[in-house]
Design a binder for this molecule. Structure first.
Ligand code: GRF
Length: 220
């Protein structure tokens, strides 16, 4: 008997290309997670259109309508519970989450960041990497903890920085890697085979693929 797929919510604020990559990968019935809800804090998030067309349940919790961060998050929490959500993927979700919310979802809340953490936390990662002259840049999927862009790392992918790169061209190559590692990382978490030791995520029995030289876990 195949295991039940984990009901997953994807939280977005804008374009939603990572959400799209997750939805497309989860169309495979053997994928261990299903995208059961797309939740945006912005009514005008471009990604919502794709989610509606893909017939995924969508909701908007507009943070501007709430007096406090706590009220905003409690409203999201109710929606997540109503949809019986088990895992959350933050995908370009541009709101800081309180320790209260993060604790509700400990080890069940993932984020993707466009840099090789712990380098380049925060914004404008590609421009900062170019300004520093690094030769390798990339992206990271990690569990969320109550500190920005920290938490045990599940997956990373690296790209070479080219002499001709601009922040935009570098962002585009990193984004292609984001679309590969986020579905692979979610699969590992949904399968429940990960072991966490301190900050280290050990995933030897993860079926999402084998380590490749510059991408872990590897996915095609
Ligand atoms: C991605 O670069 C992601 O790493 C960062 O925000 C961006 C979101 O892009 N957290 P998209 O909305 O998934 O297209």
């Amino acid at each position: 008997m195949t295991a039940r797929r984990k009901r997953t919510a994807v939280l977005i604020s804008g374009r939603g290309s990572n959400m799209r990559a997750l939805v497309e990968r989860a169309r495979d019935p053997s994928y261990p997670a299903e995208i059961a809800l797309v939740l945006s804090n912005r009514p005008d998030a471009a990604g919502l259109r794709f989610a509606v067309e893909a017939k995924i349940a969508c909701a908007v919790t507009d943070h501007k309508l709430y007096a406090s961060r706590e009220e905003f998050e409690r409203s999201m929490q109710i929606l997540l519970e109503l949809h019986r959500i088990e895992l959350i993927c933050l995908a370009g979700f541009m709101r800081m989450l309180t320790p209260w919310f993060v604790r509700q979802w400990q080890r069940r809340l993932l984020n993707i960041h466009p840099a090789l953490l712990p380098a380049y936390r925060g914004l404008d990662t590609h421009a900062r990497a170019l300004a520093d002259g690094v030769k390798i840049h990339g992206c990271t999927v990690h569990f969320v903890v109550p500190a920005m862009d920290e938490g045990p790392i599940i997956a990373q992918a690296a790209v070479a920085v080219l002499d001709s790169d601009t922040p935009e061209s570098l962002a585009a190559r990193v984004l292609a890697e984001e679309h590969a590692i986020y579905p692979a990382a979610l699969a590992c978490v949904a399968e429940g085979h990960l072991r966490i030791q301190g900050n280290r995520v050990l995933s030897s029995s993860c079926s999402a693929g084998l380590p490749a030289p510059l991408r872990f876990p590897f996915s095609d």
